[in-house]
Design a protein around this ligand. Sequence first.
Ligand code: SF4
Length: 338
Amino acid sequence: MWKAPLLPKDLEGEAGRAIVRRIEALSAIGCDLLRFAVPDIKTAETLGALASRVSTPLCADIHFDYRIALRCLDFPIAKLRINPGNIGGKSRTEAVLAKAAAKKVPIRIGVNAGSLPLALRKKLEEGKTGRAEALVEAALEEIAVFDKFGFTDFVVSMKASGIADTIKANRLFRKQNAAPLHIGVTEAGPLVAGSVRSAAALLPLLTEGIGDTLRVSLSDTMENEVIAAREILFAAAEAGCTRARGGARIISCPRCGRNGFDTHAFTERWMRRLYALEKPLSIAVMGCAVNGPGEAKHADLGITGAGNKVLIFRHGKVLRTINADDADKAFEEELLKL
Ligand code: SF4
């Protein structure tokens, strides 16, 4: 999700070119859809202008005012996220669904534990239902509205900040409805905590075949949200639950007193470029020759410290021995050969 307001001046001159470059870079590391909060008509028009400048599909996230959704649909927006419960009533929802259907734009029904409909919130407060059950009930109510209008091109999300609620809601929903599910833990937390919490909630669901799209929501950069999400997908594929997607898998050692190479700095320098590779390669960044090439024998390309030298290896076989100062250049040369 884009993390700042989108203002018309953001698209002017160098600022506009910088936004396009950033979106393209997000795509390169695995962002398949980028969502923007659209609180007013001006933002809808700005997002519309941006959508025609980038190839990444853009999603408009709209609350409260159906006219914003209608305006977004005048532009090449790839998806809307709305909550029919707060878009202003039956006729307004119908207007949005009719235009979205005509434009072949899918919609996400986004139900959130923090903004449940009033009646369900009351039921929850009175202990007459659980949070997961309330999320499912809200989603099914929204789907009933879509069904009534014959609108079928939608995906559903039921987000909570709790791991158990997230798992339970999605499992319960799947038992009752076959609609595609967008899964995620909302307000998951800062980088490490949020990534761990998201993985803890999403991996069991992916293992059961639940989840068609996902987002990791972090109090951190968009780039790290994308990286965390793709690592969750890699983990699911490694566990045999989902199809592996392309791109590099980075194996890097945690470093210890034996290290002869700054694996942390090297990984930081190279990470985004490696994540942008399309080939399914495994890349090892190891600290020392004691465990380096041996533990990362399967790597398509590896780099490791060895005393005051650096080794570059492929499938456990040393290709080059170089000085640390030449490490990046030599690594790049070998990477380009793959
Ligand atoms: S690869 Fe070497 S430096 Fe890295 S953690 Fe293992 S023993 Fe330590």
